[in-house]
Design a protein around this ligand. Structure first.
Ligand code: MF3
Ligand code: CO
Ligand code: CO
Length: 265
Protein backbone atom coordinates (compact mmCIF):
# COMPACT_ATOMS: atom_id res chain seq x y z
CA UNK A 1 0.00 0.00 0.00
CA UNK A 2 1.47 3.36 -0.95
CA UNK A 3 1.97 5.84 1.88
CA UNK A 4 2.39 8.96 -0.24
CA UNK A 5 1.04 10.34 -3.49
CA UNK A 6 3.98 12.68 -4.17
CA UNK A 7 4.44 11.59 -7.77
CA UNK A 8 0.77 12.31 -8.53
CA UNK A 9 0.82 15.98 -7.50
CA UNK A 10 0.01 18.07 -10.58
CA UNK A 11 1.76 21.34 -11.39
CA UNK A 12 -0.18 24.45 -12.45
CA UNK A 13 -0.05 23.60 -16.16
CA UNK A 14 -1.43 20.11 -15.53
CA UNK A 15 -4.04 21.48 -13.14
CA UNK A 16 -5.28 23.77 -15.90
CA UNK A 17 -5.58 20.78 -18.26
CA UNK A 18 -7.73 19.03 -15.64
CA UNK A 19 -9.79 22.18 -15.16
CA UNK A 20 -10.49 22.32 -18.91
CA UNK A 21 -11.47 18.63 -19.01
CA UNK A 22 -13.76 19.02 -15.99
CA UNK A 23 -15.35 22.15 -17.45
CA UNK A 24 -16.11 20.47 -20.76
CA UNK A 25 -17.55 17.41 -19.01
CA UNK A 26 -19.80 19.64 -16.90
CA UNK A 27 -20.98 21.49 -20.02
CA UNK A 28 -21.82 18.13 -21.57
CA UNK A 29 -23.96 17.27 -18.57
CA UNK A 30 -25.64 20.70 -18.81
CA UNK A 31 -26.44 19.83 -22.44
CA UNK A 32 -27.85 16.39 -21.53
CA UNK A 33 -29.84 17.42 -18.44
CA UNK A 34 -33.01 18.68 -20.19
CA UNK A 35 -33.27 15.47 -22.23
CA UNK A 36 -33.28 13.13 -19.22
CA UNK A 37 -37.06 12.85 -18.96
CA UNK A 38 -39.79 10.19 -19.26
CA UNK A 39 -40.06 8.90 -22.84
CA UNK A 40 -36.39 8.97 -23.83
CA UNK A 41 -34.42 5.76 -24.26
CA UNK A 42 -31.08 5.41 -22.53
CA UNK A 43 -29.43 4.81 -25.92
CA UNK A 44 -30.79 8.15 -27.15
CA UNK A 45 -29.06 9.80 -24.15
CA UNK A 46 -25.89 7.93 -25.13
CA UNK A 47 -26.08 9.19 -28.72
CA UNK A 48 -26.52 12.79 -27.53
CA UNK A 49 -23.49 12.32 -25.27
CA UNK A 50 -21.39 10.77 -28.03
CA UNK A 51 -22.27 13.31 -30.72
CA UNK A 52 -21.87 16.39 -28.48
CA UNK A 53 -18.45 15.16 -27.34
CA UNK A 54 -17.22 14.37 -30.87
CA UNK A 55 -18.68 17.61 -32.28
CA UNK A 56 -16.53 19.51 -29.78
CA UNK A 57 -13.43 17.54 -30.79
CA UNK A 58 -13.21 15.44 -27.63
CA UNK A 59 -13.42 11.73 -26.82
CA UNK A 60 -16.07 9.89 -24.76
CA UNK A 61 -13.86 7.87 -22.39
CA UNK A 62 -16.24 4.95 -21.70
CA UNK A 63 -16.50 3.94 -25.39
CA UNK A 64 -14.39 0.77 -25.83
CA UNK A 65 -12.92 1.18 -22.32
CA UNK A 66 -12.13 -2.46 -21.44
CA UNK A 67 -14.72 -3.29 -24.08
CA UNK A 68 -17.54 -1.09 -22.74
CA UNK A 69 -19.84 -0.65 -25.77
CA UNK A 70 -21.28 2.86 -25.22
CA UNK A 71 -20.20 6.44 -24.49
CA UNK A 72 -21.77 6.83 -21.05
CA UNK A 73 -23.28 4.72 -18.27
CA UNK A 74 -27.01 4.87 -17.56
CA UNK A 75 -27.93 3.08 -14.34
CA UNK A 76 -31.68 2.77 -13.70
CA UNK A 77 -33.32 2.04 -10.30
CA UNK A 78 -31.64 -1.05 -8.76
CA UNK A 79 -28.59 -0.69 -10.99
CA UNK A 80 -25.66 0.49 -8.85
CA UNK A 81 -23.35 1.46 -11.73
CA UNK A 82 -22.05 0.60 -15.23
CA UNK A 83 -25.53 0.29 -16.77
CA UNK A 84 -25.24 0.03 -20.57
CA UNK A 85 -27.48 2.40 -22.56
CA UNK A 86 -30.05 0.38 -24.52
CA UNK A 87 -33.61 0.49 -25.84
CA UNK A 88 -35.13 0.94 -22.35
CA UNK A 89 -37.47 3.95 -22.23
CA UNK A 90 -37.31 6.01 -19.02
CA UNK A 91 -40.65 6.12 -17.27
CA UNK A 92 -42.41 8.05 -14.55
CA UNK A 93 -41.13 6.84 -11.16
CA UNK A 94 -37.66 5.77 -12.35
CA UNK A 95 -34.38 7.12 -11.04
CA UNK A 96 -31.43 7.07 -13.44
CA UNK A 97 -27.78 7.86 -12.92
CA UNK A 98 -26.03 9.27 -15.98
CA UNK A 99 -22.24 8.92 -15.66
CA UNK A 100 -20.14 10.75 -18.25
CA UNK A 101 -16.39 10.95 -18.74
CA UNK A 102 -14.60 13.01 -21.39
CA UNK A 103 -11.02 13.03 -22.61
CA UNK A 104 -10.02 16.61 -23.43
CA UNK A 105 -6.54 17.04 -24.87
CA UNK A 106 -5.50 13.78 -23.18
CA UNK A 107 -6.91 14.67 -19.72
CA UNK A 108 -10.03 13.20 -18.07
CA UNK A 109 -13.13 14.74 -16.50
CA UNK A 110 -15.57 12.35 -14.79
CA UNK A 111 -18.92 13.04 -13.11
CA UNK A 112 -22.41 11.64 -12.65
CA UNK A 113 -25.83 12.76 -11.52
CA UNK A 114 -28.96 10.84 -10.53
CA UNK A 115 -32.19 12.13 -12.08
CA UNK A 116 -35.72 11.66 -10.78
CA UNK A 117 -38.10 10.86 -13.64
CA UNK A 118 -41.53 12.39 -12.97
CA UNK A 119 -43.11 11.51 -9.64
CA UNK A 120 -40.97 9.05 -7.71
CA UNK A 121 -41.42 7.11 -4.46
CA UNK A 122 -40.31 8.57 -1.12
CA UNK A 123 -37.51 5.97 -0.96
CA UNK A 124 -36.27 6.93 -4.44
CA UNK A 125 -36.16 10.59 -3.46
CA UNK A 126 -34.46 9.82 -0.14
CA UNK A 127 -31.72 7.63 -1.60
CA UNK A 128 -31.01 10.27 -4.25
CA UNK A 129 -30.88 13.01 -1.60
CA UNK A 130 -28.62 10.87 0.58
CA UNK A 131 -26.17 10.18 -2.26
CA UNK A 132 -26.05 13.88 -3.18
CA UNK A 133 -25.64 15.12 0.38
CA UNK A 134 -23.02 12.50 1.22
CA UNK A 135 -20.90 13.63 -1.75
CA UNK A 136 -20.97 17.25 -0.56
CA UNK A 137 -20.40 16.27 3.09
CA UNK A 138 -17.24 14.48 1.97
CA UNK A 139 -16.07 17.42 -0.14
CA UNK A 140 -16.71 19.84 2.73
CA UNK A 141 -14.73 17.80 5.25
CA UNK A 142 -11.45 17.52 3.33
CA UNK A 143 -8.59 19.99 3.23
CA UNK A 144 -4.94 19.75 2.11
CA UNK A 145 -3.32 16.90 4.03
CA UNK A 146 -6.61 15.23 5.02
CA UNK A 147 -6.45 11.45 5.07
CA UNK A 148 -8.36 9.55 2.37
CA UNK A 149 -10.33 7.70 5.02
CA UNK A 150 -12.03 10.93 6.17
CA UNK A 151 -14.02 10.85 2.92
CA UNK A 152 -15.55 7.48 3.76
CA UNK A 153 -16.25 8.50 7.33
CA UNK A 154 -18.33 11.47 6.15
CA UNK A 155 -20.25 9.38 3.60
CA UNK A 156 -21.05 6.52 5.99
CA UNK A 157 -22.23 9.00 8.65
CA UNK A 158 -24.71 10.48 6.16
CA UNK A 159 -25.94 7.06 4.98
CA UNK A 160 -26.47 5.92 8.56
CA UNK A 161 -28.83 8.85 9.20
CA UNK A 162 -31.18 7.23 6.66
CA UNK A 163 -30.45 3.58 7.48
CA UNK A 164 -29.03 3.17 3.96
CA UNK A 165 -25.82 1.33 3.02
CA UNK A 166 -22.66 2.40 1.18
CA UNK A 167 -21.35 0.32 -1.74
CA UNK A 168 -17.87 -1.05 -0.97
CA UNK A 169 -16.87 -2.84 -4.14
CA UNK A 170 -16.73 0.22 -6.41
CA UNK A 171 -14.73 3.24 -5.31
CA UNK A 172 -13.63 6.68 -6.39
CA UNK A 173 -10.27 6.98 -8.09
CA UNK A 174 -7.43 9.23 -9.07
CA UNK A 175 -7.55 10.54 -12.62
CA UNK A 176 -5.40 12.66 -14.86
CA UNK A 177 -4.06 11.31 -18.13
CA UNK A 178 -5.65 7.97 -17.20
CA UNK A 179 -9.29 7.11 -16.46
CA UNK A 180 -8.61 5.14 -13.27
CA UNK A 181 -5.35 5.59 -11.39
CA UNK A 182 -4.10 5.94 -7.82
CA UNK A 183 -5.32 6.86 -5.30
CA UNK A 184 -8.27 4.58 -4.63
CA UNK A 185 -11.03 6.52 -2.85
CA UNK A 186 -13.24 4.17 -0.81
CA UNK A 187 -16.59 5.61 0.23
CA UNK A 188 -16.35 3.85 3.59
CA UNK A 189 -13.52 4.15 6.14
CA UNK A 190 -11.09 1.50 4.95
CA UNK A 191 -8.18 1.27 7.43
CA UNK A 192 -5.78 0.48 4.57
CA UNK A 193 -6.11 4.10 3.44
CA UNK A 194 -5.97 5.68 6.91
CA UNK A 195 -2.53 7.14 6.47
CA UNK A 196 -2.55 8.48 2.92
CA UNK A 197 -2.76 12.31 2.94
CA UNK A 198 -4.44 14.22 0.10
CA UNK A 199 -1.78 16.79 -0.77
CA UNK A 200 -2.29 19.80 -3.07
CA UNK A 201 -2.16 18.83 -6.73
CA UNK A 202 -3.89 15.46 -6.26
CA UNK A 203 -6.88 14.92 -8.55
CA UNK A 204 -9.51 12.29 -7.84
CA UNK A 205 -13.22 11.49 -7.92
CA UNK A 206 -15.66 11.07 -5.09
CA UNK A 207 -18.64 9.02 -6.29
CA UNK A 208 -20.66 7.48 -3.46
CA UNK A 209 -23.16 4.77 -4.41
CA UNK A 210 -25.88 4.51 -1.76
CA UNK A 211 -28.26 1.55 -1.51
CA UNK A 212 -31.65 1.45 0.21
CA UNK A 213 -30.98 -2.15 1.26
CA UNK A 214 -27.81 -4.23 1.37
CA UNK A 215 -24.52 -2.84 0.07
CA UNK A 216 -23.62 -5.86 -2.06
CA UNK A 217 -24.02 -5.93 -5.83
CA UNK A 218 -23.94 -8.56 -8.55
CA UNK A 219 -22.60 -8.15 -12.07
CA UNK A 220 -24.99 -9.19 -14.85
CA UNK A 221 -23.53 -12.44 -16.24
CA UNK A 222 -24.97 -11.69 -19.69
CA UNK A 223 -23.23 -8.35 -20.31
CA UNK A 224 -20.47 -8.50 -17.66
CA UNK A 225 -20.97 -4.79 -16.84
CA UNK A 226 -24.32 -3.94 -15.27
CA UNK A 227 -24.05 -4.04 -11.47
CA UNK A 228 -27.37 -4.53 -9.65
CA UNK A 229 -28.11 -4.51 -5.94
CA UNK A 230 -28.21 -8.08 -4.62
CA UNK A 231 -31.65 -7.48 -3.06
CA UNK A 232 -33.13 -5.56 -6.01
CA UNK A 233 -33.59 -2.40 -3.95
CA UNK A 234 -32.84 1.09 -5.25
CA UNK A 235 -29.36 2.62 -5.57
CA UNK A 236 -28.31 6.23 -6.30
CA UNK A 237 -24.99 7.94 -7.03
CA UNK A 238 -23.40 11.34 -7.62
CA UNK A 239 -19.83 11.97 -8.74
CA UNK A 240 -17.49 14.92 -9.10
CA UNK A 241 -13.87 15.30 -10.12
CA UNK A 242 -11.98 17.14 -7.37
CA UNK A 243 -8.60 18.87 -7.43
CA UNK A 244 -7.04 19.39 -4.02
CA UNK A 245 -5.37 22.81 -4.00
CA UNK A 246 -3.37 24.67 -1.35
CA UNK A 247 -6.66 26.45 -0.50
CA UNK A 248 -8.85 23.34 -0.29
CA UNK A 249 -10.85 21.12 -2.65
CA UNK A 250 -11.81 22.58 -6.02
CA UNK A 251 -14.72 20.87 -7.78
CA UNK A 252 -13.76 20.69 -11.47
CA UNK A 253 -17.04 19.32 -12.82
CA UNK A 254 -19.58 22.00 -12.01
CA UNK A 255 -21.01 24.91 -13.95
CA UNK A 256 -23.60 27.46 -12.89
CA UNK A 257 -26.28 24.85 -13.78
CA UNK A 258 -27.14 21.59 -12.02
CA UNK A 259 -27.94 20.87 -8.37
CA UNK A 260 -25.97 22.91 -5.80
CA UNK A 261 -25.09 21.95 -2.21
CA UNK A 262 -28.27 22.18 -0.16
CA UNK A 263 -30.47 21.25 -3.15
CA UNK A 264 -33.69 19.44 -2.19
CA UNK A 265 -34.81 16.72 -4.58
N1 MF3 B 1 -17.42 6.65 -15.11
C1 MF3 B 1 -17.21 5.49 -14.28
C2 MF3 B 1 -16.47 5.97 -13.06
O1 MF3 B 1 -16.91 6.88 -12.46
C3 MF3 B 1 -16.48 4.40 -14.98
C4 MF3 B 1 -17.20 3.82 -16.11
S1 MF3 B 1 -16.24 2.63 -16.84
C5 MF3 B 1 -17.19 2.14 -18.13
O2 MF3 B 1 -15.40 5.55 -12.71
F1 MF3 B 1 -16.44 1.41 -18.84
F2 MF3 B 1 -18.24 1.50 -17.64
F3 MF3 B 1 -17.61 3.18 -18.78
CO1 CO C 1 -15.28 7.88 -11.68
CO1 CO D 1 -17.92 8.32 -13.62
Amino acid sequence: MRRSLKDLQLNEEARNKMRAAGRFNAQLLDFLRPYVKAGITTEAIDKLCHDYTRDHGHIPAPLNYHGFPKSCCTSVNEVICHGIPDSYTLQDGDIVNVDITSIVDGWYGDQSETFLIGQVSDKARQVTQCAFDSLYKAIEVIKPGSKITEIGQAIVAEAERYGFSVVREYVGHGLGTEFHQDPSIPHYPDPRFNRIPIEPGICFTIEPMINVGRYQGIVDPLDNWTVRTIDGKLSAQFEHTILMTEEGPEILTTTEHGPKPGHKF
